[in-house]
Write a protein that binds this ligand. Structure first.
Ligand code: GLN
Ligand code: ZN
Length: 780
C-alpha cells in the first residue's frame, strides 16, 4: 500500500492565532512564555489535524519564516542583529529591524511592498531583505553571507520540535531546506561579492554543519528526513547541478533516510542529477511536472522511494481523483510500497480548512479543497489504489466525480456571450489606433501639461475613519447614501489638497478600496471570496486571495461614479485608477480548468470595458496598475517569452479601446526591469510610473539602454519610509533621471501609492516634490 505524507502544513493557525500572538508579543502585551505556548499549542493542533496520514512534517512551523529559522540554526545572523545567543528575539530583529513599527497591527492586509528591504538603508538596525519564495506569494528572509562566513549549529528549534512531536505520538518526518537551495537563496551583503561562485564556495563549510544537524536529528529516533531542494525546478548552471551529487554523498547518515523533495515545477534538465542522487527517496511535483513520471519510473533505482506530489499544493481546487488515479496507476503497479503520495508542495500556500466557510455558495464549496481537505484526498487516493473494489471507496469516488462534473457544467463557470466575444476579438483590439509619437501630440493638446508633470500613484492615506466607514458599510450599518457621502467627502478633501499643492495630474485617492484586487473582484462576476482563506505572505502578514471560479464579466461600471465625481471638482485632469489583468490574476487563486492566459484575457476584457466607460465619462487619463507583471514570470527562462507575450497582450487589450488623446498610464513597484524591458515596452502605455528612488535611479538604466520611447515617471521619493524627502535630494534624483531619459518624457511622482502614510507626511512630501519640479522647470 502506498504511504501518504505531507510536505508542510499552514502554520499561521485556523483563526490566524500565530499572527495575533506575534503582533501582541511585538506590541509588548504578550510575554515570551505566552507566545511560546501559543506556538506549541498550534503545532500540536496542526499535527492532530494531519492524523490519518503516515508521515507528518515537523519543522514546517516557523516563528517568522522557515528560511530564517534555518539561518538561525546555522548561525547565519547578520552581525548587526547579534546580541549573545541566538533566540526568538534574534529572529524578530533580523526579520523586522530593530525598531518596532506598529504597522503589523493594522487590520488591512495588503501585498508587501519590499517591506524590510535592506536597500532602504544600511543602518545598523536594518531588517534583512525579504523576497519571494520562488513563484509564490510567500516571502522569505534572504540569508546574508560574507566571504568569511562561518556556520555553526546554534539554534536547534527543529530538534526540539521533533521531540515535542514524538512525545505526542506523532509519526514525525522532519523537513529541512537543502544546503544547495539554502545557499542559492542567500546573498552576500557586499553586492560585488554576490556571485553564484562565491555562494557555492560556502558549501564546503556548510556541509559539515548540515551533517551535524542531520546527526542531531537522527538521534531523536526518526527514520526519515525530507530535504527540500526546489532549485531543482530552476535553470541550474552546471556547477550547481554537479554540486548535488557530492553534497548528498556527504550527507549520508546510516540511521537516516533522506527524501529529497523538488517542487514548483518539473525536474527538467535536472532530472538525471536528481534521479541519481544517493538518497533513499525522491519527491516530485506531479501537478506541474506529471509528464516526467514515465521517465522517472524507467530510471528509478530499485530501492528508492518515489513520492508523487499528486495533489495541487498551490491552488484550492478539489482534485479530480479519477484523473489522479490514472496518472498514479503505472507508478503503483511498478513501485508497490515504494510509491508514496503527497501534495505537490508544502500546504503553506493554501488556506487551512474550507469547512469553516459559511458564506461560500453551496454549489461552489464542494469544488474547493484547502489544506485539511487535501489531506483527506490523499487518504482517498491511497485507499483507491489499495482497494479499488471497496464499496466505500467507490462511493467516495463517485461523489468526487459528481462534484467534478457539476463544476464542469456549472452556469457559474461558463459565459457564452463572453466566449463569443473572445472568439471574435479582432487583433486590432490589442493595439492603440496610432503609435505613441502620434498619440502624445493629441494628448498634449488635450491635457496641456507642463514639462516634468507631477502626479501621484493613486492611493492617499487610509485613515481610521475611512477604514471604519468601509467596515460599517460592509456590515450594513451605513446606508449606501451615507457611505457615498463619506467617500465623496474624502475625495473632496484629496482633490482640495492636491490643488493646493499644485500637482498637475490628480487622483481621487482610492478611499473606497480595501485592496486593489479584492475591490475589483467583488464587482466582477466569476470571482468568489472566502472569509477565512488566509495564506501567510510574510511574518505575521497574511493575504486572502480571491478565487476566480468562472468566466469573468463586468455587470456594471466599477469606478466611473467615483472618478467622475472627482473630475467634476477640478479643472485639472484626474486619473482614473484601475488594477490590471495580470495583477488581478497573480494575486488570486486561479482556475485550473483553463490556461492562465485565457483567464487573463477575460480579465482584460472586463477592464477594457471599464476603460471605455471612464473615457466616455470624460476621464482623459487612465492608469492601469500592473505591479505583479514581473512576479508572474515562470520559473524557467524558456517559458518567459510565452508568458510575457500573453501578459502584455492582455494589458494591451485592457488599455487599447481608447482614442489617441486619452492617456494610458501604468504603474509597477520595485522590480528588476532589465530582462523584461522589451515586455514593458510592448505594453505600450503612454506613461509608466515605477519605484526607483531607493535604487538611486539605477533602475532607469534598463529604460535608458533600451531607448524606451514612451514617457516614464521614476519615483523620486521612498513612500515606505516616514522620513521626509528633502528638496535637494528630490532635485538630484530628477536630474539624475534626466541624464538617462529625455526631459520631454519625464514625469515626477512618488515611488508608489500613499495609503500607508498619514496626511501630514503626505502633504509635506508632495509639496516638496512639486517645489523641486517647479524649480527645475524654472531653470530650463
Ligand atoms: N494605485 C495603487 C496605489 O496607489 C498602486 C499600488 C501598487 O502598485 N501596489 O495604491
Ligand atoms: Zn507600487
Amino acid at each position: 500500500m502506498a504511504l501518504i505524507h505531507n510536505l508542510g502544513f499552514p502554520r499561521i493557525g485556523k483563526q490566524r492565532e500565530l499572527k495575533f500572538a506575534l503582533e501582541r508579543y511585538w506590541a509588548g502585551t504578550l510575554s515570551q512564555a505566552e507566545l511560546e505556548s501559543c506556538g506549541k499549542a498550534l503545532r500540536a493542533e496542526h499535527w492532530q489535524a494531519q492524523q490519518g496520514i503516515d508521515l507528518v512534517p515537523v519543522g514546517d512551523f516557523a516563528w517568522y519564516d522557515q528560511v530564517l529559522t534555518l539561518s538561525a540554526t546555522f548561525g547565519v545572523i547578520p552581525k548587526r542583529h547579534r546580541k549573545g545567543d541566538i533566540d526568538l528575539d534574534t529572529l524578530f530583529r533580523t526579520a523586522r529591524g530593530r525598531s518596532t513599527q506598529s504597522s503589523e497591527t493594522q487590520s488591512g492586509e495588503t501585498q508587501p511592498s519590499e517591506a524590510g528591504s535592506c536597500c532602504a538603508n544600511h543602518s545598523d538596525s536594518a531588517a534583512s531583505e525579504m523576497t519571494k519564495w520562488f513563484d509564490t506569494n510567500y516571502h522569505y528572509l534572504v540569508p546574508e553571507f560574507d566571504l568569511k562566513q562561518n556556520f555553526a549549529l546554534g539554534y536547534l528549534q527543529i530538534v526540539e520540535e521533533i521531540g515535542e512531536a514524538l512525545a505526542l505520538g506523532v509519526k514525525a518526518k522532519p523537513v529541512l531546506i537543502g544546503p544547495l537551495t539554502y545557499l542559492w537563496l542567500g546573498k552576500f551583503s557586499q553586492p560585488e561579492h554576490n556571485t553564484a561562485e562565491n555562494k557555492l564556495a560556502l558549501l564546503e563549510k556548510l556541509l559539515p554543519v548540515y551533517r551535524q544537524l542531520l546527526n542531531a536529528i537522527a538521534k531523536t529516533g526518526v527514520t526519515w528526513v525530507q530535504i527540500d531542494e526546489p532549485i531543482l525546478a530552476l535553470d541550474l548552471a552546471p556547477e550547481w547541478q554537479q554540486a548535488f551529487e557530492s553534497t548528498y554523498h556527504q550527507l549520508q547518515i546510516r540511521e537516516l533516510n533522506i527524501l529529497l523533495a523538488n517542487y514548483f515545477g518539473p525536474l527538467g534538465a535536472n532530472l538525471s542529477t536528481a534521479i541519481n542522487l544517493p538518497v533513499a527517496g525522491l519527491h516530485i511535483d506531479a501537478v506541474r511536472g506529471g509528464e516526467e513520471l514515465p521517465r522517472l519510473l524507467d530510471r528509478l533505482s530499485p530501492h528508492k522511494v518515489l513520492s508523487v506530489g499528486i495533489i495541487d499544493g498551490r491552488n484550492i481546487w478539489a482534485s479530480d481523483c479519477d484523473k489522479a488515479l490514472a496518472t498514479l496507476a503505472p507508478a503503483a503497479q511498478q513501485l508497490g510500497e515504494r510509491l508514496w503520495l503527497a501534495p505537490s508542495c508544502s500546504l503553506l500556500h493554501v488556506p487551512y480548512d474550507v469547512t469553516v466557510e459559511d458564506k461560500i455558495a453551496a454549489d461552489v464549496k464542494p469544488w474547493l479543497a484547502f489544506a485539511t481537505q487535501k489531506l483527506q484526498e490523499l487518504v482517498l487516493l491511497r485507499d483507491a489504489l489499495a482497494q479499488p473494489e471497496s464499496t466505500l471507496v467507490k462511493e467516495k469516488l463517485a461523489e468526487v466525480r459528481n462534484i467534478q462534473s457539476a463544476r464542469k457544467d456549472s452556469a457559474r463557470v461558463h459565459n457564452q456571450a463572453l466566449q463569443a466575444r473572445i472568439n471574435t476579438l479582432a487583433p486590432a483590439a490589442a493595439a492603440r489606433q496610432s503609435s505613441f509619437t502620434t498619440r502624445i501630440v493629441a494628448q498634449q493638446k488635450l491635457l496641456n501639461l507642463p514639462l516634468l508633470p507631477t502626479t501621484s500613484i493613486g492611493s492617499f492615506p487610509q485613515t481610521a475613519e475611512i477604514r471604519s466607514a468601509r467596515r460599517l458599510y460592509k456590515q450594513g450599518r451605513l446606508t449606501n447614501n451615507e457611505y457615498t457621502q463619506l467617500m465623496q467627502s474624502e475625495i473632496r478633501k484629496a482633490i482640495h489638497i492636491q490643488e493646493e499643492i499644485d500637482l498637475d495630474v490628480l487622483v481621487h485617492g482610492e478611499a473606497e478600496r480595501n485592496d486593489m484586487v479584492e475591490y475589483f473582484g467583488e464587482q466582477l462576476d466569476g470571482f468568489i471570496f472566502s472569509q477565512h482563506g488566509w495564506v501567510q505572505s510574510y511574518g505575521s502578514r497574511c493575504v486572502k486571495p480571491p478565487v476566480i471560479v468562472g468566466d469573468i464579466s463586468r455587470p456594471k461600471a466599477m469606478t466611473v461614479s467615483w472618478a467622475s465625481y472627482a473630475q467634476s471638482l477640478s479643472k485639472k485632469p484626474v486619473k482614473g485608477m484601475l488594477t490590471g489583468p495580470i495583477t488581478m490574476l497573480c494575486w488570486s487563486f486561479v482556475r485550473d480548468d483553463q490556461p492562465r492566459a485565457a483567464t487573463a484575457l477575460q480579465l482584460a476584457l472586463a477592464i477594457r470595458d471599464e476603460v471605455s466607460d471612464l473615457e466616455a465619462a470624460g476621464i482623459n487619463i487612465i492608469q492601469i496598475d500592473e505591479p505583479a507583471l514581473r512576479e508572474g514570470l515562470p520559473l524557467l527562462k524558456k517559458d518567459w517569452p510565452a508568458y510575457l507575450d500573453w501578459a502584455t497582450h492582455a494589458f494591451r487589450v485592457s488599455s487599447s479601446s481608447v482614442a489617441d488623446s486619452t492617456q494610458i498610464h501604468t504603474h509597477m513597484c520595485y522590480a528588476e526591469f532589465n530582462d523584461i524591458i522589451q515586455a514593458i515596452s510592448a505594453l505600450d502605455a503612454d506613461v509608466i510610473t515605477i519605484e526607483t528612488s531607493r535604487s538611486n535611479m539605477e533602475l532607469l538604466n534598463a529604460f535608458e539602454h533600451f531607448a524606451y520611447p514612451n514617457q516614464i515617471g521614476p519615483g523620486v521619493y521612498d513612500i515606505h519610509s516616514p522620513n521626509q524627502p528633502n528638496q535637494k535630494w528630490v532635485t538630484d534624483l530628477i536630474e539624475k533621471a534626466a541624464q538617462k531619459i529625455p526631459l520631454n518624457n519625464l514625469w515626477v511622482n512618488p515611488d508608489c501609492g500613499l495609503k500607508t502614510r498619514n496626511w501630514n507626511e503626505t502633504k509635506a512630501a508632495l509639496s516638496t516634490m512639486v517645489r523641486a519640479a517647479k524649480q527645475l522647470r524654472a531653470q530650463l
